[in-house]
Design a protein. Structure first.
Length: 136
């Protein structure tokens, strides 16, 4: 279950700062590039690398929204929780959080995943990044 964004703010996992439109723009651009990279890997690399990059693209896009609105997050969970606060539907947020957990199991425990998970991560990334683009 995703915690409320204010939990992370009160805990210090998120800091208030001046909005940084340039950093927001650059970070969002990186998220788009990473999503394209993930798509290009789909037929050429292990599924875990595709999924990891699709997740990171979503995380970077969420970070760009936070920078745009005057926050700096030190937590992947906090960035995800912020999207819930911005009106993203719970189903997509829970799926994004599931990919966060999968990414952690890939990164820290050497797990691999099926191509279906990678394709689902790319589809969700396209949806999430598109919504963030509209908010920016």
């Amino acid at each position: 279950m995703v915690k409320d964004f204010e939990f992370f703010l009160n805990k210090g996992d998120v800091k208030r700062q001046s909005p940084d439109k340039n950093l927001s723009k650059d970070t969002f651009k990186e998220s788009l590039e990473r999503l394209e990279f993930s798509k290009n890997l789909l037929e050429r690399a292990k599924s875990k690398y595709v999924l990891e990059n699709a997740y990171e693209a979503m995380r970077e896009a969420a970070g760009s929204l936070l920078y745009h609105e005057g926050f700096k997050s030190f937590s992947h969970e906090a960035s995800i929780a912020y999207l819930l606060k911005k009106g993203f539907n719970e189903k997509d947020i829970f799926e994004l959080d599931r990919f966060r957990k999968i990414r952690n199991s890939i990164k820290y425990y050497g797990k691999d995943y099926e191509k279906g998970d990678s394709i689902a991560a790319i589809k969700l990334a396209e949806k999430v990044i598109g919504k963030i683009k509209n908010l920016l």
